[in-house]
Design a protein around this ligand. Structure first.
Ligand SMILES: Cc1ncc(COP(=O)(O)O)c(C=O)c1O
Length: 365
């Protein structure tokens, strides 16, 4: 077995796992369907009570005129940017070099829509107002991913988003929010979704990340924008005859977890502090601003893996199933706090971290 598989296997065998809501298995859907009346009509090609009620509910929650349910955020966001580019007649948008569209979508925006992205900011930093003001090309839309997932979920301060929003409105640039993890950042900003979304012309949110549903996304904005997005959804093959398994699970877990975002955020801060007490370990950001962060080891991946496997076997606590290499001397993994963190007995967690630190600082081999 490779080291990486060993880590994953050892992680799966632990009694407690500190991240996420738990296994992504079919029970997620089964639980959501438990209380549903089976005689209800399913949605049909984007119409019907199930989909329309959920869209209305999300439009109200986000403070937008209208909202449309999509099978994926990938589809929803490419469509949003296409609409804004068509409206202005300029096929250029700006976003962060590590945003989802740039690194996880096989160039869908370029290949399907011939939209050229302008990359703003350095890979390891977040977009600032200066980055936007120093743009010397005309763009139709600026996309902000909040939090910026690939750099540990960093966030600009709220005043920065406000000033970027004011600047974009003045310059006729549409502002789109990649809010895959919008719910998860609200406790840090101490703002409502309505307040944050008011700064943006269009907003996407996800129902399988912090919310933990099966899949699915909402795209929200003015009615004229969402009406156009429905046409594009059909063109993209996103108008599945029925989307209710995603909608019902999205709605069910939204109700279960929307008020737990503060708890996840507090858990992330507590856990990050434990990592930061360990030799050669630091989190990005040092103090999390949502339920997620990255853990960096100034050690090679091959050396960290067996240490983690030992800790899991001895403590029964799993910290991660995956390690990624940064360089020959550094590796990292992503943490995202969900329901499972509160289940972990604190004394056992502290003992596991003490053990980890002893191993890393060379007290024990
Ligand atoms: C920041 C961000 N944006 C967009 C997406 C795309 O979402 P989907 O998987 O629904 O296409 C993801 C998914 O991981 C994401 O993390």
């Amino acid at each position: 077995m490779s080291e990486n598989n060993m880590l994953l296997e050892a992680y799966k065998e632990t009694n407690y796992q500190v991240t996420s809501h738990g296994k992504r298995n079919v029970d997620i859907l089964k639980e959501a369907l438990k209380t549903i009346d089976g005689q209800q009509d399913s949605d049909m090609y984007g119409e019907g009570k199930i989909i329309e009620d959920f869209q209305d509910k999300m439009a109200a929650y986000l403070g937008k005129e209208s909202a449309i349910f999509f099978p994926s955020g990938t589809m929803a966001q490419q469509i949003a940017l296409r609409i804004w580019c068509d409206q202005k007649g300029i096929k250029k948008v700006a976003y962060h070099p590590l945003c989802h569209l740039e690194i996880h979508e096989e160039d869908g925006l370029k290949e399907l829509h011939q939209i050229e992205p302008i990359l703003l900011a350095d890979k390891n930093t977040i977009i600032t107002l200066d980055d936007v003001m120093n743009l010397n090309e005309e763009i139709s839309c600026l996309l902000l991913e909040l939090p910026q997932r690939e750099i540990g979920g960093q966030l600009p301060d709220y005043e920065t988003i406000e000033s970027i929003s004011i600047y974009c409105r003045k310059k006729g640039i549409k502002l789109h929010l990649d809010g895959a993890r919008l719910f998860e950042i609200l406790p840090y900003y101490e703002k409502s979704a309505v307040e944050v979304c008011a700064l943006f012309d269009s907003v996407y949110v996800s129902f399988y990340k912090g919310i933990g549903g099966v899949a699915g996304a909402i795209l929200a904005g003015d009615k004229s924008f969402t009406d156009e997005s429905k046409i594009w959804k059909r063109r993209h093959g996103g108008d599945l005859i029925s989307l209710y398994p995603y909608i019902i699970s999205g709605d069910y877990y939204f109700e279960q977890r929307i008020n737990k975002m503060e708890q996840y955020y507090e858990g992330a801060k507590e856990l990050a502090a434990l990592y930061n007490q360990c030799t050669d370990v630091s989190t990005v950001p040092i103090q999390p601003v949502s339920n997620m962060f990255h853990v960096h080891f100034q050690w090679p991946k091959e050396k960290v893996e067996p240490i983690l496997v030992d800790i899991y076997r001895e403590s029964g606590i799993g910290l991660t199933g995956h390690l990624r290499e940064v360089s020959e001397k550094e590796c990292y993994f992503e943490v995202s706090i969900g329901d499972q963190y509160n289940e972990v007995p604190k004394d056992q967690l502290n003992a596991a971290f003490q053990h980890l630190n002893e191993k890393l600082s060379g007290v024990i081999k």
